[in-house]
Design a protein around this ligand. Structure first.
Ligand SMILES: Cc1ncc(COP(=O)(O)O)c(C=O)c1O
Length: 395
């Protein structure tokens, strides 16, 4: 075989989103794209805020000498300072630009972090349902994913998490607002989880990191707020991205923020900076770093997503679908009315509605809907959802 057995296996096993994407292309060719309702991808349809275009124009018309050159691997100091100030203001934690490493989005930030902290076969706890790529990222750096299912309402099962911590645990990855469920963890969750990890660090006499993957932090609904890990747990690492909050997924810009109270902070930052370099990212895109420096208090309007969510949630629950109501992000994770979520998504596919089976996220028996799409796609999908719900007598 001309590619590694491992990658071949991963391609075969892990292709649910890709499979849906490919089915979508075929269906769109066959029936026309306006007749196919693709709710399978987390690719926001909303355009970046006006402030982004203004900052881009301003920069392009006043180019700074040297602005396309290499830079320190952690990124521009100015950008890092502005980000640190913004987090410090919100969290009331004393943070400087030296605690920030600019990255090519959250995906790079997670890989850089795992590369830096993992020795071979060390364990990283992930909570199902989880973002599909976590298992691969952990494997990339020789680690071992330990999957702990969440409760039926997707809250964290603290007992199970505690039981899963061993003398080889190096980290847990937390994601709130969550992809695929839209759930946001409250302060009590932060407190309880921190207590467990503080206790377990002592018991095993080792550093265990809480890696908080937060690309949806600013996409929350109503009065929902996301607490800051830095206020609860010293060995916390925040991963952020502007893929969703500024609708810039193709531009690959994000960052890592390290708690100023973490063990051996400067060694950790040196390690992260080095990993950013040797993983081949070298540094995050210069142009984007220059722009996001001016956009830390700018965000796409979360109300747009909230309106889409409320509409879809009420239509689907009326049809009998069982859904935990999201408080953020732009996904719904309903229960599949039949045990086999793959069969169920095939049924929806036959109605030209594309969603992803829950098993792709480590939680069979569910399916994921991405509603970061045009209203016409959401509205058009309802007929298919209804037809399938009637088939299974869901009311
Ligand atoms: C939970 C989660 N983490 C990380 C990422 C990767 O984000 P980025 O595009 O910034 O690499 C995504 C993207 O969808 C995500 O949903």
């Amino acid at each position: 075989m001309s590619i590694s057995k491992k990658i071949h296996k991963f391609i075969e096993e892990g292709g649910w989103i890709r499979k849906m994407f490919e089915s979508g292309i075929i269906l769109k060719e066959q029936y026309g794209s306006e007749n196919v309702f693709d709710l399978s991808l987390g690719n926001p349809v909303i355009e970046p805020p006006q402030e982004f275009h203004e900052a881009l124009l301003k920069l392009a018309s006043n180019p700074r000498p040297g602005m396309h050159r290499y830079m320190p691997n952690a990124g521009y100091q100015n950008t890092r300072d502005v980000i640190a100030n913004s987090i410090a203001k919100e969290s009331k934690v004393n943070l400087t630009g030296n605690n920030i490493i600019m990255t090519c989005g959250a995906a790079a930030a997670l890989n850089v972090t795992l590369k830096t902290i993992l020795d071979p076969k060390e364990e990283v706890i992930i909570l199902s349902p989880f973002f599909v790529e976590y298992e691969y990222y952990i494997d990339n750096h020789g680690g071992k994913p330990v999957i702990v299912p969440t409760n039926p309402d997707f809250s964290l099962n603290m007992d199970d998490i505690e039981k899963s911590i061993t003398s080889r645990t190096r980290a847990i990855i937390i994601n709130s607002p969550n992809n695929p469920t839209g759930v946001v963890y409250n302060e009590k969750t932060y407190q309880d989880l921190s207590e467990i990890f503080i206790k377990k660090q002592k018991e095993h006499n080792r550093t265990i990191y809480i890696i908080s993957d937060e690309p949806y932090r600013k996409i929350v609904f109503g009065s929902t707020v996301c607490p800051h890990w830095f206020n609860y747990y010293d060995n916390s690492i925040i991963v952020h991205s502007h893929a969703k909050d500024l609708a810039l997924p193709g531009e690959r810009i994000g960052y890592i923020a390290v708690s100023p109270h973490s063990a051996e902070t400067s060694l950790l930052i040196d390690g992260l900076t080095f990993s950013n370099r040797i993983l081949g990212f070298v540094n995050a895109p210069a142009l984007m770093q220059n722009l996001v420096e001016h956009l830390q208090s700018t965000v796409v309007d979360p109300q747009i997503y909230e309106t889409k969510m409320n509409f879809l949630y009420s239509e689907l629950t009326e049809m009998g679908y069982q859904i935990t109501k999201p408080q953020g992000a732009f996904y719904l994770f309903p229960k599949s009315p039949i045990k086999d979520d793959a069969v169920f998504t095939e049924e929806l596919l036959a109605e030209k509605v594309l969603v992803v089976p829950g098993r792709g996220f480590g939680s069979p028996g569910h399916f994921r809907i991405s509603y970061c799409v045009e209203d016409s796609v959401i509205e058009g999908s309802l007929q298919g959802f209804k037809k399938v719900s009637e088939k299974y007598h869901m009311i």
